[in-house]
Design a binder for this molecule. Structure first.
Ligand SMILES: *[C@@H]1O[C@H](CO)[C@@H](O)[C@H](O)[C@H]1NC(C)=O
Ligand SMILES: *[C@@H]1O[C@H](CO)[C@@H](O)[C@H](O)[C@H]1NC(C)=O
Ligand SMILES: *[C@@H]1O[C@H](CO)[C@@H](O)[C@H](O)[C@H]1NC(C)=O
Ligand SMILES: *[C@@H]1O[C@H](CO)[C@@H](O)[C@H](O)[C@H]1NC(C)=O
Ligand SMILES: *[C@@H]1O[C@H](CO)[C@@H](O)[C@H](O)[C@H]1NC(C)=O
Ligand SMILES: *[C@@H]1O[C@H](CO)[C@@H](O)[C@H](O)[C@H]1NC(C)=O
Ligand SMILES: *[C@@H]1O[C@H](CO)[C@@H](O)[C@H](O)[C@H]1NC(C)=O
Length: 238
C-alpha cells in the first residue's frame, strides 16, 4: 500500500514485486488454516464433549481444573488431559475416559454424548448422584466398558442399556439403584463382567445367554433379587 505513494514509477514497481512475496505468504497461511480447520473439524465435537463434562462436574480437588486446559488448541491437545486416552495421540478423538476416585460430584455428565467415538468410561469411586440417563444407549453408542460403581446413583437401571450391544464390562455396584433389573440386559451377548452388588434392587435377575462369569457375587447385598444363580423366585414375586 505504502509503495503507491512513491513518486518514481520504477521504485513503485520494485516495491510491488517485493509486496508479492508477503501476499503469497498470506495466501499460503490462509489455505493452511482452512486445511487445518477441515482436518480438525471431525474431532471438534470431542473437544466440546470434554468442555461440557468439565463444566458439569464439581471438581473439589482440582484434578480437571489443573489438567484440562482448553486454551492451547493444537491437534491432540486433549489427549494429554488427565484420564483421557485418544485413538491416536495426536488426534482429538477420545477412545477412553477414566476419572475414577477424583471426588467428582454431580449428575451423570450428558456432555459425553459429544464424544462420538468413546468406547470406555470409568467414573467409579466418585460422588455422582441422580438417575442414570434413560437414553444412555444414545449417549454411549459404542461403549464396551462402563464402570459407574461406588457412586450415589439412584432410580432404576435404564432398559436402554440393553441396546449398548458392545458391552463387555458393566459395573453398577455400590450405588443406590432400586427397582428391578431390566430383563432385556440378558440380550447383552458380549458381557463378561457384570456387577450390581450393593444396591437396593429387587425381583428376578436377567437370564444372560452366556453367564459363564456371572455368579451370585454379581448380585450380593441387594434386598430382594432372585433367580439363577440366586435362589429361585417365589411365584408371588413375579
Ligand atoms: C452434541 O451432541 C448433541 C446430541 O447428539 C448434538 O445435537 C449436538 O449437535 C452436538 N454438538 C456438537 C458441537 O457436536
Ligand atoms: C483452577 O486452577 C487455577 C490455576 O491453574 C487456579 O488459579 C484456580 O483457583 C483453580 N480453580 C479452582 C476452582 O480450583
Ligand atoms: C501447545 O501444546 C503443544 C503440544 O503440547 C506445545 O508444543 C506448545 O508449545 C503449546 N503452546 C502453547 C502456547 O502453550
Ligand atoms: C448419597 O445420597 C444420600 C441421599 O440420597 C445421602 O444421604 C448420602 O450422604 C450420599 N452419599 C454420598 C457418599 O455422597
Ligand atoms: C433399542 O434400539 C432399537 C433400535 O434402534 C429401538 O427401536 C429401541 O427403542 C431401543 N430400545 C431402548 C430401550 O432404547
Ligand atoms: C462365554 O464367555 C466366555 C468368557 O467369559 C468365553 O470364553 C466363551 O467363549 C463365551 N461363550 C460363548 C458361547 O459366547
Ligand atoms: C469375571 O468377573 C470378575 C468380576 O465380576 C472380573 O474381575 C473378571 O475379570 C471376570 N473374568 C473375565 C474372564 O472376564
Amino acid at each position: 500500500m505504502v509503495s503507491f505513494t512513491f513518486p518514481a514509477p520504477e521504485l513503485a514497481k520494485s516495491q510491488m514485486v517485493m509486496n508479492c512475496q508477503p501476499l503469497s505468504v498470506v495466501l499460503t497461511g490462509v489455505s493452511l488454516w482452512i486445511l487445518m480447520l477441515s482436518l480438525s473439524y471431525g474431532t471438534e465435537t470431542d473437544i466440546y464433549c470434554l468442555r461440557r463434562v468439565k463444566d458439569s462436574l464439581e471438581d473439589p480437588y482440582g484434578y480437571l481444573n489443573s489438567s484440562w486446559d482448553f486454551s492451547n488448541n493444537t491437534e491432540g491437545f486433549i489427549c494429554k488431559f488427565t484420564g483421557i486416552e485418544c485413538w491416536h495421540p495426536d488426534e482429538n478423538r477420545v477412545l477412553n475416559i477414566r476419572l475414577s476416585d477424583m471426588g467428582l460430584k454431580g449428575q451423570f455428565p450428558r456432555g459425553l454424548e459429544n464424544c462420538s467415538s468413546l468406547t470406555g468410561l470409568d467414573l467409579s469411586n466418585n460422588k455422582l448422584f441422580g438417575n442414570i440417563p434413560q437414553d444412555i444407549s444414545t449417549i454411549l453408542k459404542f461403549v464396551t466398558t462402563l464402570d459407574l460403581s461406588s457412586n450415589n446413583f439412584s432410580g432404576q437401571i435404564p432398559v436402554s442399556l440393553s441396546n449398548c450391544s458392545y458391552l463387555n464390562v458393566l459395573k453398577l455396584d455400590h450405588n443406590r439403584l432400586s427397582g428391578q433389573i431390566p430383563a432385556e440386559l440378558g440380550l447383552l451377548g458380549r458381557i463378561r463382567t457384570f456387577s450390581v452388588a450393593n444396591n437396593l434392587l429387587t425381583g428376578p435377575v436377567p437370564r444372560f445367554s452366556n453367564a459363564s462369569n456371572i455368579t451370585a457375587d454379581s448380585y450380593a447385598n441387594n434386598p430382594g433379587l432372585c433367580g439363577a444363580p440366586l435362589e429361585a423366585c417365589q411365584p408371588a414375586s413375579k
